[in-house]
Design a protein around this ligand. Structure first.
Ligand code: NFS
Length: 672
């Protein structure tokens, strides 16, 4: 036998099994024809570690990694598994879970801090490139920071100077990451009984950074060894994410760039244009991308693009940057997390500009096979490959940086070397719903109230609400679970609120249009959507905008008739194809805010059944919400519907009650 080892050719993904989306299937095939590897192929060749999947691999010190898989057939009698230090499977799984929360909460919250820093520099008038676009929103959020919006002048109440308000809000907001005393101010935006419960349980966050640091400390070897106590800290940190870091990110982005209102847009790879400069913005923060949009719309840049032979500049977004730009400007969305490599494989991506989070390092390798310039822009997110340009973005010279980047994209238009192939597929969509616009859609300027929504829930036209959010995961068929879960929900009259890549998936499947209601919804939801003119699936923005879903739920409570806290209302959460630590943090703040939340794929708790039972069952008595996992998307949706029905029953609205217009005879019959 020869010494030469036989090297097996890597397996290739079957495009039809990899995604339900024809454009994605077409581009996977195209990549394979060109010999360019994508995540779909890699998923065929690297299988996940079974022990890590169970959540019971501990690598928090170098005596390990200690691996504690669940024995085949489960545990009979006492569970004697332990790591070298004696850590139990519950401790290990809880530590790993808490560290995922820390990772996710830090990502959202550091994004929030970045936005707050830009807002502070605007309030201090250090930057001319940005300004406050939404003063109403500034006035709406100021009281939550304890900032007065009026002043008393000689016994008369007068409006306070806007610049003063902005500066004080900016300083107070920044303080939430590291203040010494007290608790995070935004926690009081939750319904009071929930706030009181958090206080009683001792999980109100003190400041964002501290809660994340404390997770890292507690999960170091030899510190916290009680899974319930570890999870208590994870709860504090995730609440600091959802109700503070993410919520401040959303609010200040709205103040700076405008609060979204429903706007028409398009989605999928087909939004790219062969005869235009295609500039793709990928990542999360809208700070840079907002400026790039403004620069691209300038006549100077349009003329420059024309001078290079292009017919114009097509901007497109990927991941949450896409959602941010779509909801404020109607900028088309190119695709989800799993389509990032495919956008380059079209051969028409002249520049892919990235900032932070969810960016595959492999986009740089794919770009080597094409003319695409990959440009990193954030000091904390660089790439090692030498074909990547780094242009560090700074809000103090934002316009200059953005102009440089746009010019690079335009100059690169003439360098295309591989035949361009852009799929035809794109769908129209309405995006940009939020707390304010739902209220407006349901009641108009003067009658705007969540009571119309509540009324439709009480009378049974709308069975309940669902937040379907989160990522794609190459371990599952791209978009299949998102779409199956959402269709099952709306078929059963559940109104869906969506964010992140799930929202993009919904758009790609044509579910973000009012017309889709007649095709896919049960009769009650279809009637409401038709009357009001809204889609049955409401695009609420990016993943930090899950804070909008929390606030919408709080508004439903406030409007009355559906209980006193979020856990009372018929609502459920879902992340059918989750993959990121951010998703775990979001799931945990949904749960601990009172929402029954089902994840797809797998959950890293299977190796620790006692810990799993704590999260999946015992939690309901503590927070009103609990975790669950169901990879089968139909069963997944059915579990959510069963929970919604349980809540309807508890509220006594399980039998549909129509408001009947009574004539005199009917009234007299009652009075008798
Ligand atoms: Ni959310 Fe947005 Fe998508 Fe998942 Fe990534 S883009 S912050 S983490 S993959 S939904």
């Amino acid at each position: 036998m020869s010494d030469e080892k036989k090297v097996k050719a890597p397996k290739l993904a079957d495009p039809l099994n990899a995604s339900i989306d024809p454009a994605t299937q077409q581009m996977i095939k195209r990549a394979q024809e060109l010999g360019v590897e994508t995540v779909f192929d890699r998923a065929e060749n690297m299988k996940p570690c079974n022990i890590g999947v169970q959540g019971t691999c501990c690598k928090n010190c170098s005596m390990g990694p200690c691996r504690l898989p669940l024995p085949k057939g489960g545990i009979e009698g006492e569970d004697t598994r332990k790591g070298l230090c004696g850590a139990s499977p519950n401790t290990i799984a809880a530590r790993n879970f808490a560290r995922m929360v820390a990772g996710g909460a830090s990502a959202h919250s550091d994004h929030g801090r970045g936005v707050a820093e830009v807002f502070l520099s605007v309030a201090r008038k250090e930057s001319d490139d940005y300004c406050i676009k939404d003063y109403d929103k500034l006035l709406a959020i100021a009281p939550h920071f304890g900032v007065d919006i009026t002043v008393d002048v000689d016994g008369e109440t007068q409006d306070r100077d806007m610049d003063e308000i902005a500066l004080e809000v900016a300083e107070k907001a920044m303080n939430e990451w590291g203040k010494v005393d007290g608790e995070c101010l935004y926690m009081k935006r939750a319904p009071k009984p929930m706030y009181d419960r958090w206080k009683e349980l001792g999980v109100l966050p003190r400041n964002v950074d501290r809660e994340i640091v404390e997770i890292m400390h507690r999960t170091h070897i030899g510190v916290d060894q009680d899974y319930k106590n570890i999870i208590k800290q994870a709860t504090r940190a995730c609440l600091a994410d959802g109700w503070v870091g993410s919520m401040i990110a959303t609010d200040l982005q709205d103040v700076l760039f405008g609060t979204p209102t429903p706007v028409q847009s398009e989605v999928n790879l087909g939004v790219m244009k062969a005869d235009h400069v295609n500039l793709i913005l990928h990542g999360h923060e809208p700070i840079l991308s907002e400026m790039i949009v403004a620069v691209c719309q300038s006549q100077e840049m349009i003329d420059y693009a024309l001078s290079k032979g292009a017919k114009g500049i097509q901007i497109g977004g990927i991941c949450c940057t896409a959602n941010e730009l779509a909801q404020r400007h109607g900028i088309p969305i190119v695709g989800t997390f799993l389509q990032q490599e495919l956008a380059i494989i079209t051969g028409a991506c002249d520049a892919m500009v990235v900032d932070i989070q969810c960016i595959f390092q492999n986009v740089a390798n794919v770009a080597k096979c094409f003319h695409t310039k990959v440009i990193t822009t954030h000091p904390i997110a660089r790439m090692e490959q030498n074909n990547v340009l780094h242009i560090e973005f700074d809000e103090h010279h934002a316009k200059e940086d953005a102009t440089r980047i746009v010019k690079i994209a335009i100059d690169n238009f003439q360098n295309r070397k591989v035949e361009v192939m852009i799929p035809d597929n794109k769908e129209p969509q309405i995006v940009g719903f939020g707390v304010e616009s739902i209220e407006y859609a349901l009641g108009g300027t003067f009658r705007g109230s969540y009571y119309t929504l509540n009324d439709n829930i009480i009378n049974g036209r709308i069975r309940g609400l669902a937040g379907v959010v989160g990522c794609n995961n190459a371990r599952t068929k791209h978009n299949e679970s998102h779409i199956t879960v959402i269709k099952e929900l709306i078929k059963n009259d559940v109104l869906v609120l969506t964010t992140g890549c799930s929202a993009i998936a919904a758009g790609m499947a044509g579910l973000l249009t009012p017309e889709s209601a007649a095709v896919h919804c049960g009769p009650g939801l279809a009637e409401v959507c038709e009357t009001v003119g809204i889609p049955p699936v409401l695009h609420m923005g990016s993943c930090v905008d899950n804070s909008r879903i929390l606030l919408a739920a709080a508004e439903v409570v406030k409007a009355g008739g559906l209980g006193k806290q979020i856990s009372d209302i018929p609502v459920a959460g879902s992340a059918p194809e989750w993959m990121s630590e951010k998703a775990i943090s979001i799931g945990h703040y949904f749960v601990t805010s009172g929402v029954y939340t089902v994840f797809g794929v797998t959950m890293p708790v299977e190796g620790a059944p006692v810990f799993k039972d704590y999260l999946y069952n015992e939690f309901e008595d503590i927070y009103g919400g609990m975790w669950d996992c169901e990879p089968d998307p139909v069963k997944h949706a059915q579990k959510m519907i069963a929970h919604i029905d349980k809540k309807r029953k508890e509220l006594g609205i399980d039998k549909a009650r129509e408001r009947v217009l009574m004539d005199m005879a009917a009234r007299q019959a009652i009075e008798v």
